[in-house]
Design a protein around this ligand. Structure first.
Ligand code: SF4
Length: 262
């Protein structure tokens, strides 16, 4: 495909992605790889070795960096662009098998520019450690990349509105398209609403497999819920969900891990 024709295709798909609930079928990653392919190369494609083509293709970190740059300059939600300290894009391994999705940055995340660094984030890090993962092993992102604004003088955080989530969602879709994790975990009902457009009680959603674009999706409680409700039975529910995730990833599970919060 010639470069001008490819540019037209990308522009058309971006429009569809912005206006529609349904993601277009060609991922930006696929298009970026096409774009980086041997378009106009002097050798016919058949002469380009697989290894050479791999070298020409941008890696996931580069693709994510390009999205991060657009997010950093984004003003689609004018009120949030004015109130944020910075955007909070996502953190972790671009080649991660496991990706966690939360709802939106809070005050700590807005301040530090990284998702899940406040008290709830520290709990998520402990959950990861119990799963034998470091934060650097997985990828963590939110539906919303800007902190939902609060009335002047008020404290705390608010949940993002459906409109805010709908506006920001395409960036998350791109992150997932690029990373292509083997398993997704949505943390809390707001993340589920932002990702799937589904509203339901957590007790109906959690603990069983769903799918997002053919990727297995586990839904569990947001760590902030566990901070509010410290009952071992609730911790056990989240842990059982994580055990299912480990099984899906074919990770070894020790007897000690199986017995947490029993
Ligand atoms: S929340 Fe998302 S869409 Fe809205 S301004 Fe921030 S980055 Fe842009």
């Amino acid at each position: 495909m010639t470069q001008p024709a490819l540019d037209l295709v990308i522009a058309a798909l971006e429009k569809i992605r912005e206006k529609s609930d349904r993601a277009p079928r060609a991922s930006r990653t696929a298009l970026a790889r096409l774009q980086a392919g041997p378009v106009g190369a002097s050798l016919p494609e058949a002469c380009t070795s697989r290894k050479e083509r791999r070298l020409q293709a941008p890696n996931k970190a580069d693709l994510l960096a390009a999205v991060r740059e657009r997010v950093g300059a984004c003003t689609k939600c004018a009120h949030l662009a004015c109130s944020r300290t910075q955007t909070v894009f996502g953190v972790g391994n671009p080649d991660a098998d496991l990706m966690f999705i939360g709802e939106a940055p809070g005050a700590d995340e807005d301040h530090q520019g990284e998702p899940f660094v406040g008290r709830a984030g520290q709990l998520l890090t402990r959950i990861l450690k119990a799963m034998n993962f470091a934060r650097e092993d997985v990828y963590i992102a939110n539906i919303l990349k800007c902190r939902p604004d609060m009335p002047a003088g008020s404290f705390g955080n608010r949940a993002p509105t459906p409109t805010e989530m709908q506006t920001c969602r395409p960036y998350l879709v791109e992150q997932i398209d690029i990373i292509q994790p083997r398993v997704l975990v949505a943390l809390g009902a707001v993340a589920v609403e932002g990702l799937l457009g589904t509203r339901a009680a957590m007790r109906e959603l959690r603990g069983r497999w769903h799918t997002y674009n053919s990727i297995p999706l586990m839904i569990t409680y947001h760590p902030a819920y566990l901070l509010r409700n410290q009952a071992p039975s609730e911790k056990r529910k989240v842990w059982e969900d994580m055990l299912q995730v480990l099984e899906r990833l074919e990770k070894p599970i020790s007897e000690r891990q199986r017995n947490y919060f029993m």
